[in-house]
Ligand binder design. Sequence first.
Ligand code: SF4
Length: 220
Amino acid sequence: MPDFTSSIEDYWQLRLGNCREALEANNFEVFEARDAAEAREIVFETILPVTGARTISWGDSETLYATGLLQALKAHPDLEVLETFDTEAPRDEIIERRRQALLVDLFITGTNALTETGKLVNLDMMGNRVAAIAFGPKNVVILVGRNKTVLDEEEGRHRIMNYAAPVNARRCGKNTPCAEEGYCTDCDSPERICNTWVITEKSFPKGRIKVVLINEELGV
Ligand code: SF4
């Protein structure tokens, strides 16, 4: 009898392989990991030394939190890690730190969707995460669980508006229609979390954005 689990793994290996090819054609640097632990190892032991990064920050990402990478980076004696999610800090201070995070050597985050044509599709509330992906930090690392892969931009937008955003609205305790209903109503809520779309078609300069494809379900 065929092994069901390995068939699923093989299927995802194929899908991620397609994404890798497309991403590389779009000038992203690509790494592949079996799971979150291997993704952490790749960032820590391969990407970090090559970039020579000394200052680091990150954008909100459940995928990143699942790798345990943040704790490892914070414990590194030679790195300055700019904390922009400090719940003890005043709001003005957090905004200022997020502005400073646009100048770090290495910015780490996830993506809301990755198309098989090799594009990153992201939607942000404040814009600090998508701003850093587009410009500022010298290097950007995007951690991507296999569940983020979509056929094209349209499917990516649909996934984000009707799955990722409602889940994230609930996660962040936002009082939005999607948090109640489970789908997007293109609301005018003061707590709306969807304000800026960024589609990253190619990495410029080549290799600035490093994508770690993870053959595991991670993040939303
Ligand atoms: S626009 Fe409003 S309803 Fe739609 S996903 Fe965003 S926060 Fe939710």
